[in-house]
Design a protein around this ligand. Structure first.
Ligand SMILES: C[S@@+](CC[C@H](N)C(=O)[O-])C[C@H]1O[C@@H](n2cnc3c(N)ncnc32)[C@H](O)[C@@H]1O
Length: 220
């Protein structure tokens, strides 16, 4: 089994964007958590990795940050370019390869929301993050909770890095994609090897608006 996120996300780009603009996990859980960790970004240079359709990118632009946004999927990048025009620098790029188009010591904050689990080997990625970040730069990451992944897939060994496969049904059509599970201790070891330390580890709760959203959904 092999993962191919470019193919998988190109294939479901339109459906994914529609889903992720409204879906509870993104709108009331992941993105508010990322925003809460972003603090003051006005005039800061941000590298956003895995920007998908640009929902978070647009928010960052609204905060007056200077944005370089990348995604491995050409289709996703098309959407983000349409959405933001010249307000952000938006490129097709694979974060598991060297980011030669980003200057050394040029980035204040890297944001990688729900993307790193598509990558097998994290160490070169974090070494590259270290290269492009300025002194005192920071990285904000969200990824699947490894314990939740492991329980959901009912696998025998939590500590084994493994490719898991999932199918999402969006508007009645199934989309299959694969991602890597890795133990939390493995993630932390990689951060440390690459020269980072963890400042905040957030296990976010959904924001209160989620309750209202679900109550409205239940209304007949
Ligand atoms: C779950 S979506 C990210 C959601 C997005 N951050 C948001 O808030 O809407 C994952 C994205 O990561 C991208 N991706 C996967 N592997 C990648 C890689 N190696 N380099 C860059 N982007 C990648 C996919 O194409 C997809 O658009």
């Amino acid at each position: 089994m092999k993962n191919d996120p470019a193919k998988e996300y190109n294939n479901m780009s339109e459906a994914y964007i529609l889903k992720s603009e409204k879906q509870v996990h993104y709108v009331y859980y992941d993105r508010p958590a990322i925003k809460s960790l972003t603090f003051e970004v006005k005039d800061k240079t941000i590298l956003e990795v895995g920007c998908a359709g640009g929902a978070l990118t647009e928010w960052l632009v609204d905060q007056r940050a200077k944005i370089i946004a990348i995604d491995i999927s050409e289709k996703m990048i098309e959407y983000t370019k349409k959405r933001l025009g010249s307000k952000a620098k938006v490129f097709v790029a694979d974060v598991s390869k060297p980011l030669d188009f980003v200057e050394t010591d040029s980035i204040d904050v890297i944001i990688a929301s729900l993307v790193l689990h598509y990558i097998s080997n994290w160490l070169p990625v974090f070494d590259e993050f270290h290269r492009v970040l300025r002194n005192n730069g920071s990285i904000i990451i969200s990824t699947h909770h490894p314990h939740a992944d492991w329980k959901w897939h009912n696998r025998p060994n939590y500590f084994k890095k493994e490719l898991y496969e999932e199918t999402w049904t969006i508007n009645g059509k199934p989309y299959t994609f694969k991602y890597y599970h890795r133990a939390l201790a493995n993630m932390l070891a990689i951060f440390r090897r690459a020269g980072f330390f963890v400042d905040i580890l957030l296990e976010p709760l959904p924001v209160p608006e989620r309750r209202k959203f679900l109550q409205n959904l239940m209304k007949i």
